[in-house]
Design a protein around this ligand. Sequence first.
Ligand code: PMV
Length: 303
Amino acid sequence: MKRVVVKAPGKLMLLGEHAVIYGYPCLVTAVNKYLTVILEEKDGESDLLITPQATNQTFIKTALTLFREVYPSKKRYIIQTESELGVYGLGSSGATVVAVITALAKIQEVKLTQEELFKLCYKAVLRVQKTGSGFDVAASIYGGIIYFDGKTKKSEVVTQDTLPIIVGYTGTKADTVTIVNQVRTYYKQRRKETEHIFAEIALCTKKAKIAIREKNWLTLGNLMNKNHALLRTLHVSTPRLDTLVKVALAAGAEGAKLSGAGGGDCMIALVSSEKRSAVVEAIKQNGGEVVNCQTSAQGVCVL
Ligand code: PMV
């Protein structure tokens, strides 16, 4: 019986969240925390899913169904997942879909380009969530820091170097789909104002891409701060996120902002090595949990 093991990384949004849903670009990174899928052929009529850390198997089931629609096969599988991504909102749904589809392609000897893999995975995510830009899937496939175009869905790897960030978890799980829908309502009510905010966010993102390439942390930090202020005007931040951003800056971070949809989950701070321990302390002292993860060049891989 054939067996395949695939590892897909989680992600963190760096800049451009929400605006990316409306066709603007975002900057996203893969992180050095992984979702592993072990796929094994089995006899019988049905698949067996073993997901000790996840009660919701919808993403796996949808990835399987979609793959079989495109590449029909009577083979049945044991699909086992192991996650290092925890509860932090590091993109476990996207990483799960990427790992499952990569494993299925490998075991069924289907050759997929990265673009084809992206299209299939993004379709699976949309089938479940109904909304989403696909940035999480792109990060998990390509690895590194990616400039993701919300309109064309094309990914450009900006760098594979590590970005000196600290990730602080608020302790509250965010519901991305609910917040995306809240922003959509706000957008419908105040179209002109919201479009202006998105355009400003896009400008920060474009400038940040250059700053990252040039390792210009002062500029990148300022752009992160500006992006956080713009997200606040969309009402997606929370008092806890704002506090963690504020204390990180006071402790010497070059910049800080919420990361992802908002409403909870994580904030990120850009921090030089001399200030790292002060910023870590400040986040902990103010009720945040410092998440042990880094940006990573590693995209999905078959082991
Ligand atoms: O909450 P997260 O980390 O999944 O990020 C959501 C980012 C959004 O731009 C709000 C949604 C999306 O799919 O791009």
